[in-house]
Write a protein that binds this ligand. Sequence first.
Ligand code: PBG
Ligand code: ZN
Length: 326
Amino acid sequence: MVRFRRLRRDGRIRSLVRETRLHPGDFVYPLFVIEGEGIENPVESMPGVFQYSIDRLPGILEQVKEAGIGGILLFGIPAHKDPQGSQAYAQDGITQRAVGFIREKYPEIYVIADVCLCEYTSHGHCGMVCGEEILNDETLPLLAKMAVSLAEAGADMIAPSDMMDGRVGAIRKALDEAGYIQTPIMAYSAKFASAYYGPFRDAAHSAPGFGDRKSYQMDPANGKEALREIRADQEEGADLVMVKPALAYLDVLKEAVLRYDMPMAVYNVSGEYAMVKAAAANGWIDERRIVMENLTAMKRAGAKIIISYHALDAAGWCREEENPVS
Ligand code: PBG
Ligand code: ZN
């Protein structure tokens, strides 16, 4: 008889045959930076997540450093919004200043800058708007300008999340022309029009003012189309590609991992985080075990980079679990 249980008898042997192990360096921690001073606003729908003004960043950045996390993903919340999202590409914009601050004070932290207009536009859409339509080609130069301004501010990596067609190519070209040939692009390639982004839109003040994002983000029903999106971004010059959200789309991630050779990232989004935190707060689930199981599943499916609001907690738990007898 094949006795699988021989290799499950105790923690020592389970550890020896374990196929997937999480490491703090796998994680990227998203951070929300807001205009103002002395601000550390809790995000109600995301317990444990805050909006920080730049002067309050050191507390959380020390924790990131201490935890050995692979990087941070920055989202800025400007004081003023307009139809063109001009604060997104202003050299003294909130995100540019935050990147500059971190670059100077925490040069060892890897800074990924999200590129999208929705936090900066008065209508809350990810691109320029004409009537009810979200314009594609007119948006590309603004995204490219934003990417260059963030690279100039000192961002290590650029992560476009807008889902306009052709944006990776436009951003790559602009970065290269500005001399940032070594700045990688992590494209949110398979980004689905998901209800799981709800809490993020509270955190980043980025809910669309009319309509929804279904004319640019992907239909959750489409797996093959996700592979085409990934291929297109790869051809346009993306260095890494992302699948987002994570848990409901691990099939897409796995297929992409089997098909393409480039490193894949996955975004464990705000709604996924909120559900776990809410159930844990009610005592209905064991938060630590659920989080580690979810994150392990993402890595098992092939993610090299896991972007998660659980990153700080999970980094601590990974280290405890290095004790082989667990
Ligand atoms: C903005 C953006 C969103 C997220 C990352 N960048 C929201 C959206 O597209 O509406 C979602 C992240 C999360 O839910 O944690 N383009
Ligand atoms: Zn957006």
